[in-house]
Write a protein of this length. Structure first.
Length: 209
């Protein structure tokens, strides 16, 4: 469905001379990614409304997506499986937020364990999104910075007595930890390894950033 819709939108841009025919595939990828983001965002809001946790869902999604961009992890084989998995994941995260909201010890433990996991293993590449040596270095640094910021936010909010908000960040960290472990397990089962390459120059690393 998304493939056909993406083609129609892209072809309409070409026919109206909004974009040149030579750049069709580049814009097609952009349109497809935009549709995926819109669909994922809409699904997240719907699940949040159904669970009666709209603002918690929004905070979780924002914190999780920041981590996901840096950390990588498990990826489903097809877009449909990806959307289905994401829906189940968000619903499970809402239940985890409910659970962590009632126990500061559990919330703090989840943050610490997840932070250590991210520090040790992030980023995890996949066949869909392989990483070379320089990308691993860049994304590991970013992952550590985001993890540190969100961990500090979780503990700060906890100390301020905002347990439900703190639980949103704790859940995002915990879910990201799970995705890293699932990604590593999948890579091991499929015998997948990230790209290995000689170290690039300093200028090349800046370009990667």
């Amino acid at each position: 469905m998304f493939s056909r819709l993406t083609d129609r939108i892209t072809d309409s841009f070409v026919q109206t001379h909004t974009i040149p025919q030579a750049d069709r595939e580049i814009y097609r990828c952009g349109v497809q990614q935009l549709l995926q983001y819109i669909t994922s965002f809409a699904a997240t809001l719907i699940i949040g409304i159904l669970c009666g946790m709209l603002w918690q869902c929004a905070v979780f999604a924002a914190a999780y997506m920041l981590l996901r961009h840096c950390c990588g992890g498990f990826h489903a084989k097809t877009p449909f499986r990806c959307y289905l998995f994401s829906a189940v994941l968000i619903a499970a995260a809402m239940q985890l937020i409910r659970l962590l909201s009632g126990t500061r010890l559990g919330c703090g433990t989840a943050v610490v364990i997840s932070a250590v996991c991210i520090l040790l293993f992030a980023p995890v590449g996949s066949q869909n999104k392989p990483l070379d040596g320089t990308e691993r270095t860049v994304f590991h640094r970013r992952a550590c910075l985001v993890m540190a910021a969100e961990s500090a936010a979780a503990f700060g909010l906890m100390l301020a007595g905002m347990d439900r908000l703190s639980a949103c960040f704790a859940a995002a960290l915990a879910v990201m930890c799970s995705m890293l472990l699932l990604g590593m397990a999948k890579n091991k089962c499929t015998n997948y390894h990230d790209i290995t390459s000689a170290p690039r120059s300093e200028a090349s690393e800046e370009d990667a950033e």
